[in-house]
Design a protein around this ligand. Structure first.
Ligand code: HPA
Ligand code: ZN
Length: 350
């Protein structure tokens, strides 16, 4: 058992930034910065309904999940060629490396692109090539998770899966995202059963805006291994006990929750309560280009606004490693580095 020594509060932000961590909840289309949206629009001859980067950024004032999704899908419309998908993913991965992300499991939304006539191979090949380069050039391991859009039909999800299966070796699992309320997990029971039979990892967004019942269904009907967001689980003590007992990780996204008005302030966020209840909570950026911060910003802003300290920093980094789908040997190596970083901070001050 690793002993965590508290660091002085002034040193905590530096420790949060330096500690090795994984990112398990990042939508690659949500890493598309306004500058890159404009550059790709110009490269591809696409007209945008915004005159400038500043004007686009000003539109990033959201009241709930749907108000964000409308702008997020519009932003993704500039992605046409394989190189566009590569450039987007490479920009994220270099940014993640700077935040000491050692491993990223990256969501992508193929239906957003195939519906516009972009081929599945174009999307997957571009993203996958960036993942391969990240390992070789940045030392960051990266894997892809294909997300089904839950506002679309089960039939559409099945067709998407069929299109993706020839590329089966280029993604490790499937997820479920887009508008949650009114689109319960049960709608995708058969698609997830098929993905499970194929040996894919399974995750789903649940309990972001939707009720605890959606988290129960994601667990019991879809049989997911992690819950994305899941913060509404705190409303149901029996669900909290289940998540803790089965060590089902929650991929929590504090700045996303703030920007989409899931919590009124970061100080009111329940991340600390989830950890106190023994849940395997992790911190993630969700859609960093839209929500005002990459992974380290999520850590430092949340810790600055709450009473979380060194113990919770360690728990969150450790959980992020434990809850990843990476090979055990990689997890052991990252854990070793995590311990070295925590020890180096103690040695500095005592
Ligand atoms: N929730 C649901 N769908 C999404 C999100 C999210 O936070 N980000 C991108 N697609
Ligand atoms: Zn998300």
């Amino acid at each position: 058992m690793f002993k965590v020594h508290p660091v002085p509060p002034g040193r905590l932000p530096a420790l949060l930034r330096a500690m090795p961590k994984t990112e398990l909840h990042i939508h690659i289309e949500g890493s598309l910065e306004p500058e890159l949206i404009f550059a790709l629009a110009q490269r591809n001859g696409i007209a945008l309904p915004y005159a400038s980067v500043e004007e686009l950024r000003q539109a990033y004032a959201f009241t709930n999940l749907q108000s964000f999704l409308d702008i997020y899908y519009a932003g993704a419309s500039v992605l046409i060629h394989e190189q566009d998908f590569y450039d987007m993913a490479w920009a994220y991965l270099t940014r993640a490396a700077a935040d000491h992300v050692v491993h990223a499991e990256i969501f992508f939304d193929p239906q957003t692109h195939t519906a516009r006539g972009v081929a599945m191979e174009t999307v997957v090949h571009g993203l996958h090539r960036a993942c391969v380069d990240a390992k070789a050039k940045l030392g960051v391991s990266a894997a892809l998770i294909l997300c089904f859009l839950r506002h679309l039909s089960e039939q559409d999800a099945f067709e998407t899966l069929e299109q993706a299966l020839p590329l089966r070796d280029k993604f490790i699992g499937v997820g479920l995202d887009s508008g949650e309320v009114g689109n319960p997990p049960e709608k995708f029971a058969r698609v997830f059963a098929r993905c499970r039979a194929l040996g894919l990892h399974l995750v789903a967004h649940a309990g972001e805006e939707g009720p605890p019942a959606y988290v129960w269904a994601a667990l019991d009907v879809l049989k997911v291994e992690r819950i994305d967001h899941g913060v509404q689980s705190a409303k149901d003590p029996a669900l909290m006990a289940r998540l803790a007992h089965d060590r089902i990780a929650l991929t929590v996204c504090p700045l996303s929750n703030l920007k989409l008005c899931v919590f009124p302030t970061l100080a009111a966020h329940n991340l600390g309560a989830l950890l106190d209840a023994g849940l395997v909570a992790t911190v993630n950026s969700d859609d960093p280009a839209y929500f005002g911060g990459y992974l380290n910003e999520n850590f430092t802003q949340t810790f600055a606004a709450t009473h979380l300290g060194t113990q919770q920093a360690y728990a969150l980094a450790r959980n992020s490693i434990d809850a990843s789908f990476a090979p055990d040997a990689d997890k052991q190596a990252w854990l070793h580095r995590l311990h070295e970083v925590f020890e180096s901070f103690v040695e500095h001050d005592y």
